[in-house]
Design a protein around this ligand. Sequence first.
Ligand code: FAD
Ligand code: 2HG
Ligand code: ZN
Length: 466
Amino acid sequence: MTMPDWLASLHNQLGPAGLLTNPANVEPYAIDWRRLFPGKPLAVARPANTGEVSAIVKLCHAHGVAIVPQGGNTGMAGGAVPDASGGELVLSLSRMNTIRSIDPVGMTLEAEAGVILKTAQDAAAHVGRLLPISLAAEGSAMIGGIVSTNAGGLNVLRYGMTRALVLGLEVVLADGTVVNGLRHLRKDNAGYDWKQLFIGSEGTLGITTAAVLRLLPQPKDSVTALLSVPNPQAALDLLACLQNTLGDSITACELMAGFSLDLVEKHFSFSRPIADGEWFVLIEAASTLSGLREAAETALGDALEQGFALDGTVAESGRQATELWQWRERITESEAKEGKSVKHDVSVPIPQIPAFLVAADEALARLQPGTRVNCFGHLGDGNLHYNVLITDHHPDAVNAVVHDVVQRFGGSISAEHGIGQYRVAELARRRAPEEQALARRIKMALDPDDLMNPGKVLPRHLQDVS
Ligand code: FAD
Ligand code: 2HG
Ligand code: ZN
C-alpha cells in the first residue's frame, strides 16, 4: 500500500528510525499492557526532539489525523493505544530519553518525556537525592506517561501524587505550538498554572515533551515490615497507631488480601516469610535522621501487643526489604498469569474502607456467589484495587455493581490509573453534568478538532454533544 504524500514527507523528515510503517514494527505499539484493547496504528512516529514532535503535530493537524501519545505503554486503562480504524498515528516518546539536568541544591530534575522512571530515580540517587514516585512498572513507565496519568503508586502517603512533584512542563499543543514552562521554581504564582491541566489529562489536551520534577533529600535509613492483620479495620488502626509514633516518616502502607499473596506464591513460587492469614499490610518508614529503626521496632511491638497485628517480620537488610516488596509488586503480574480479571481502581474516604469492602463483597455475591476478588492497594491513600477474577458476567455488569457501591461511599472510580478508553462510559454515566460540560469546554478550547487521543477520557465527537 502506498503512503499518503504527507506521511511520505514525514518519513523523509524523520528518517527510518523516526517513522515506522511496517506492520511487524508497529505491532508492539498496537496493544496495551493488559492486551485488552488491540488497535491498528496508521504508523508510529518516534521523534528525537521537541521540534520533531511539533512538526509531526502540525502535519497531523493540517491533515486531520488523530494522534495517540505513547510512553512505556504500561497504562492500565487502554489510553496509549489507537483504535482499530487504522487512521490514528501513535506518537512514541521513547527516543526522547535525555535527562537534561539534575540540581542537588535546588533539588530538581529536568527530563524528557521518554526517560524511564527508574533511570530518573537512579540519576537522582546518584547525587544523594530522592525522586519519590515509585510503582511496580517503574522499569518501563516513562516520565511523560507518569505525568500524563498523574501516577500514584507506592509512596503517595508521604509524597503525594505525581502532580505534587511537577514544577514545570513543556508541552506541544494540538496545533503544534510548543509551550515551554520548564521553570525550576518552588513558588510561581504568575498567572494561570496551566501545567495542572496537562498533568493527568492522558494525552487528550496535548503532548508532554519534558518535565521538571521536584527532588527530596535521600533518606539515610528505612524500615520495611510485613504484618498480618485480622481485618481491614485493624489495618487502619495499625496505620494510625504507627503514625502516632513515627509521624510522617511512614512512606508506604499497602493492604493485601491473603488471596493476593496466594496468587504471588502460586505464580512466582516465593516462600512465605510470614504465616498464612486473611489480610496483610506492608509498611515502610524512611528518615534522613538516625534512630528510625529503634523507634519503628518499638512502635511495631506496641501494635502487636494491642492486637492490631497478629504476626510480623521486619526486613534486616536492603535485600530482605526488596524481597518483602516483591510480595506486593508482583501481584499485578500474578493476577495476569491467573487469567482475565475486571479491574477496579477505586478510592473511598479512608475510614470507610472496611465498610466499603463489606458492601462491595455483598453486592458481588448477589451478582454471582463465590466470585474471587484480588483486593490490594494503597491503604494509606484510601485507594484499593478491587479486582474481580473472571466471572460469567460481562465486565460492564461487574463494573456497574462495584462502582455503584463506590458511588454510595462518595468514592472515585479511578483513583490513580486514569480513564483511558476503559472507563469512558462509566465516567460519563457517573459524573455530574456540570462537571462533564466543564471538561468538554476545556477540551474544545485546547483541541477543537478532537485530534489529541480522541475517545480517551471523554467520549468522541464532542462537537456533536450539546
Ligand atoms: P503509557 O501507558 O504509555 O500512557 C498512559 C497515558 O498517558 C495514555 O493515555 C497516553 O496517551 C498518555 N501519554 C503517555 N505519554 C504521554 C506524553 N508524553 N504526553 C501526553 N500524553 C502521554 N499506576 C499508578 O498510578 N500506580 C501504580 O502503583 C501503578 N502500578 C503499576 C504496576 C504495573 C505492573 C503496571 C503494568 C502498571 C502500573 N501502573 C500504576 C499504571 C502505569 O504504570 C502508570 O499509569 C504510568 O504512569 C504509565 O506510564 P507509561 O509511560 O507507561 O504511559
Ligand atoms: C498497583 O498498585 C498498580 O500495583 C496496579 O496500581 C494495580 O493491577 C492492578 O490493578
Ligand atoms: Zn496502585
